[in-house]
Design a protein around this ligand. Structure first.
Ligand code: MGD
Ligand code: MGD
Ligand code: SF4
Ligand code: MO
Length: 696
């Protein structure tokens, strides 16, 4: 067991869950962990943060490795037997079918150290190209659009606190009042423009709520851009000095005049005009996107269209204004920088770039030619499991794709078709339940490391509690497997700090440069945002809270407009499936619910899956408030309790995705992907809704 896990009775750390990474103080009170906000005046914690310690002592917490026995049951075993078995079978599959017969699925919930070591494990110990992670399902469309526009992808290229001084903020498809409640203290001074088909708690706080047909944000953003031009609201000096590509983008957008856009989106022209005038008329203003705009088969183009709008008004790279994406997972930002993404190496380097390969191979002490090439995105990876030529084994760390991946029935079948599914988790998730080997790991309050929050700031995770006997860290698991696969032990360190030191070197000179960030500096209370290059001639680099103030990260220093146009979504309603289903979150649950469904206080508030339906729609389809219904798409059906919501669009229904079994929202989502980012169409399925009663 790692020495770093010798825990202190009180520890300053951060929340277990989302990318806001609220600072907390944990106290071990005789084995019961009590959490409190480190900065109670500064926004506190949400319900999930307050109740997170319950998961540490979940009655079904995994405490011993499990191996599926001849009787088909998961049976307790010891660590050596479990690791010997996994390594032996991985080596055999690799020997028989080649390195790509083994796949790896990571997570934006993993610390920087875990994400880094997981990528290294895949490329070096396994030699496989088949690695990707759940961040593909999260902000990958915004990342693709951000890289194209700015030459670099940091979700918020400014501190969140800057939002507190904004006059106007446009939120496209984000519901922070439920998904990041403490963030609202930074948003409540601004006039908000909220774009959401539902009248969410965030929309209720808005000065202006645009309520489009789901999946039409691209048209809407084109319409807003069009109005910015035709109303004479362009920032001409900014366009000339700081951007390229306006003419081509405008040549496309010219066809998206407001009346046409109203016809597609249902948003009145007057409201569009009001939104653009509000944004253009203020000094300090932001355009922010969330998953509602991004999780579509045209998500990248949709974000690009919102970036175009923000560039037209001169916002990015200007103090007090900007564009940003509200990244979601605890390490949603760091998770995409250290090499667990199919096409990347640490430092946000591209795996196809010979110089990047040479640098990282040098740090790893291997020949660059032995590093595999790019793999495939998360959905393609899951879709290929157990197919001829596809991986026959999969190692999952930090994700529950049986619930959270799109086209869930199909994905569950693919997981079941594997020769070997290995899941490291601390609770028996729905994916762990399908596994051949389950490895019990530590949780946030029992381990140490770093995460990079939604504003690109690196925060320290610190332990307060010793893990239960029988439980190991993810780093220990990777070390144990790597050594059994013939790697030198020192190549896979188990001390997070040692891994971080290596990560600094591997990221040095890359786009996400952490070389100047040390645990000493973090522990001394410095707030360090990447890029933070190594000390330069003695002066410590201060990190980069605000990016792009002088130049964007493209070689010419300019931001690029993207020439985008609207197109149909993959899901189009028809007579048999006349409604549009969309999905998302509720305050009380986190993601696939594997953690929060184990917290009694949260289950009391949000016990089961529901489908929000407008009363008129309910009347049309014979649905009753509180009764159960089946939401049926071309891909599958979800059973959920009907909740009538007067403020919803009549053509739209909404299902949260936190629930298991027949209540999985992803039973109805399909396999369509964004062609650039590989993002699934999580936010749209053409459906019908019908009354349902339990078969007797
Ligand atoms: N309570 C809670 N908080 C969380 C999480 C959680 O699971 N639970 N997860 C974290 C993570 S990983 C993430 S990524 C973030 C996500 O944070 P958000 O992006 O705020 O969350 P979502 O609920 O997925 O989507 C936001 C809104 O998009 C709307 N929407 C649906 N379809 C469309 C559409 O076509 N267009 C537009 N404009 N809007 C649409 C939905 O109605 C929803 O209100 O939250 C983080 N915080
Ligand atoms: N329909 C629909 N589907 C969606 C979305 C949507 O809006 N609609 N949103 C998508 C988005 S944005 C996201 S981010 C994904 C998230 O969905 P998932 O990838 O399934 O994320 P979680 O539910 O957080 O799953 C994390 C699992 O890993 C475990 N875990 C947590 N931390 C660690 C760790 O450090 N190590 C290990 N080994 N295990 C750990 C948890 O116990 C849990 O079982 O869902 C996506 N799916
Ligand atoms: S907002 Fe996010 S980080 Fe803050 S307490 Fe809630 S879940 Fe935790
Ligand atoms: Mo996410």
């Amino acid at each position: 067991m790692s020495a770093d896990l010798a825990a202190a009775p009180e520890a300053a750390t951060h929340c277990a869950y989302c990318a806001l990474q609220c600072p907390t103080v944990l106290r071990d009170e005789g084995g019961a962990v009590v959490v409190r906000p480190a900065d109670p005046a500064g926004g506190g914690l949400c319900q999930k943060g307050w109740t997170a310690p319950a998961v540490l002592r979940a009655p079904d917490r995994l405490r011993t490795p499990l191996v599926r026995g001849p009787d088909g049951q998961l049976t307790p075993t010891d660590w050596d037997s479990a690791l010997d078995l996994v390594a032996g079978r991985l080596a055999r599959l690799r020997g028989e079918h080649g390195a790509d017969a083994v796949g790896v699925f990571g997570s934006g919930g993993l610390t920087n150290e875990k994400a880094y070591l997981l990528g290294k494990f895949a490329r070096v110990a396994l030699g496989t190209s088949r690695i990707d992670y759940n961040g593909r399902f999260c902000m990958s469309s915004a990342a693709a659009a951000g890289n194209a526009a700015f030459g670099l992808d940091r979700g918020l290229p400014f501190p969140v606190a800057d939002l507190g001084r904004a006059e106007v903020i446009l939120l496209a498809g984000a519901n922070p009042a439920e998904t990041m409640p403490p963030l609202m203290r930074h948003l409540n001074r601004a006039r908000l423009v909220v774009i959401d088909p539902r009248r969410t708690r965030t929309a209720e706080l808005a000065a202006l709520h645009l309520q489009p047909v789901p999946g039409t944000d691209l048209a809407l953003a084109l319409g807003l851009f069009h109005l910015a031009v035709t109303e004479g609201l362009l920032d001409e000096a900014y366009l000339a000095e700081r951007t390229t590509g306006f003419d081509e983008a405008w040549r496309r957008a010219v066809a998206w005049w407001p009346e046409r856009v109203e016809g597609i989106t249902g948003v009145p022209v007057a409201d569009m005009r009001e939104a653009v005038r509000m944004l253009a008329g203020a000094d300090r203003r932001y355009v922010l996107t969330g998953r509602g705009a991004e999780q579509h088969s045209k998500g990248t183009d949709t974000v690009s269209a919102f970036v175009n709008l923000s560039l037209a008004l001169g916002l990015p790279g200007r103090p007090g204004s900007g564009y940003g994406c509200l990244t979601g997972q605890g390490n949603g930002q760091g998770g995409r920088e250290h090499g667990q993404k199919a096409d990347q190496l640490p430092g946000y380097r591209m795996i196809t770039d010979p110089a990047a390969r040479a640098h990282v191979a040098g740090v790893w002490g291997v020949d660059p030619d032995t590093l595999p090439g790019p793999g495939m995105g998360a959905y393609q990876l899951l879709d290929s499991l157990g197919t001829p030529g596809g991986p026959k084994a999969l190692l999952v760390l930090g994700s529950n794709p049986a619930v959270s991946a799109p086209n869930a029935a199909h994905v569950s079948r693919r997981l079941a078709a594997l020769d070997l599914l290995v899941v490291a988790d601390f609770v028996p998730s729905e994916t762990a339940a399908l596994a051949d080997v389950v490895l019990p790991v530590t949780q946030w309050a029992e381990e140490e490391g770093t995460l990079t929050n939604l504003e690109g700031r690196v925060v320290r995770r610190r332990p307060v509690l010793a893990p239960p006997p029988g439980v190991r860290t993810d780093l220990d698991v990777l070390h144990g497997l790597a050594v059994r696969l013939g790697q030198p032990p020192e190549r896979f360190p188990t001390q997070p700090r040692t891994v971080f030191e290596e990560l600094r070197r591997a990221s040095a000179g890359g786009r996400a440069d952490y070389a100047g960030i040390s645990w000493e500096r973090l522990d001394a209370g410095e707030e360090l945002y990447w890029p933070c290059p190594a000390d330069d001639g003695g002066a410590r680099h201060p990190g980069t809270p605000r990016m792009f103030l002088d130049r964007f990260a493209h070689p010419d220093g300019r931001a690029r407009f993207a020439p985008v146009e609207d197109r149909d979504s993959a899901e189009v309603p028809d007579a048999g499936r006349p409604l549009l289903a969309t999905t998302g979150r509720v305050l009380a649950h986190y993601q696939s619910g594997a953690q929060t469904r184990r917290v009694p206080e949260l289950m009391a508030v949000a016990p089961e899956v529901f489908v929000e339906v407008h009363p008129d729609t309910a009347g049309r389809f014979g649905l009753t408030d509180g009764a159960r219904a089946r939401v049926v798409s071309a891909h599958g059906a979800v059973v959920a309790r009907v909740r009538l919501v007067e403020s919803l669009r009549a053509d739209t229904v909404f299902v949260p995705f936190h629930f298991p079994g027949a209540g999985r929202a992803n039973l109805m989502t399909g396999p369509a992907l964004d062609p650039v980012s590989g993002m699934p169409e999580f936010k749209l399925a053409a459906v019908r809704v019908e009354p349902w009663s339990e078969p007797s």
